[in-house]
Design a binder for this molecule. Structure first.
Ligand code: RP5
Length: 163
C-alpha cells in the first residue's frame, strides 16, 4: 500500500519511543514508511527525504528526535507537508532539551509539537490519522472508534482500586 505517513527518527535508539506512533498508525489503518534520518549524521539524506516526500505520496511526516533535536524543524524547512515533531526523552535532560528544540520554531516554519516520549509518539500517530481522516472516511471512522472505545473503557472501570 502507498505510504501516507513518513515516520522518521534521528536514531535507532528512538524506536522504543517512536514505535508507539507506528502502533497507533497500524491501529487506525494508516499506511506508513519508517526509517532513520538524522539531522546531524545524515544531513544530505534529510534534505532528500523531505524534498521528495510529497511527490512520493506522503501526506504527513512524523519526526522524532532527542537532545539537540533539529530533525523536525529542518524537515519542515524543506517541505510544505505537515510535520509533527515528537521530543524523545533524552538521558541528560529528560527530554526538556528535545521539547524546546522542537517547539521553539521561529514564526514562518511550522512544526506541530507533541508531548515528550510515549504519549507524544502515540498522539502523533493519532493526530496524523485525524489529519488524513479529513479526506479518508475509513481512517476517520477508525479514529472515532478508537476514541469511543477509550471513553467506554474508562466508563466501564470507574473504581480506581480495581485491577
Ligand atoms: C538524536 O540524538 C536522536 O534522535 C537520539 O534521540 C539522540 C541520541 O542518538 P544516539 O546517540 O542514541 O544514536 O539525534
Amino acid at each position: 500500500m502507498q505510504p501516507q505517513v513518513g515516520l522518521i527518527m534521528g536514531s535507532k535508539s528512538d524506536w522504543p519511543t517512536m514505535e508507539h506512533a507506528a502502533n497507533m498508525l497500524e491501529k487506525l489503518g494508516v499506511a506508513y514508511e519508517t526509517r532513520v534520518v538524522s539531522a546531524h549524521r545524515t544531513p544530505d539524506l534529510l534534505f532528500e527525504y523531505a524534498r521528495t516526500a510529497a511527490e512520493r505520496g506522503i501526506q504527513v511526516i512524523i519526526a522524532g528526535a532527542g537532545g539537540a533535536a533539529h530533525l523536525p524543524g529542518m524537515v519542515a524547512s524543506q517541505t510544505a507537508l505537515p510535520v509533527l515533531g515528537v521530543p524523545v526523552q533524552s538521558k541528560a535532560l529528560n527530554g526538556l532539551d528535545s521539547l524546546l528544540s522542537i517547539a521553539q520554531m521561529p514564526g514562518g516554519v511550522a512544526v506541530g509539537t507533541l508531548a515528550i516520549g510515549k504519549a507524544g509518539a502515540t498522539n502523533a500517530g493519532l493526530l496524523a490519522g485525524q489529519i488524513l481522516g479529513l479526506n479518508n472516511a475509513s481512517i476517520r471512522e477508525a479514529v472515532e472508534q478508537f476514541r469511543n472505545d477509550q471513553t467506554q473503557a474508562v466508563l466501564d472501570n470507574p473504581d480506581p482500586r480495581a485491577e
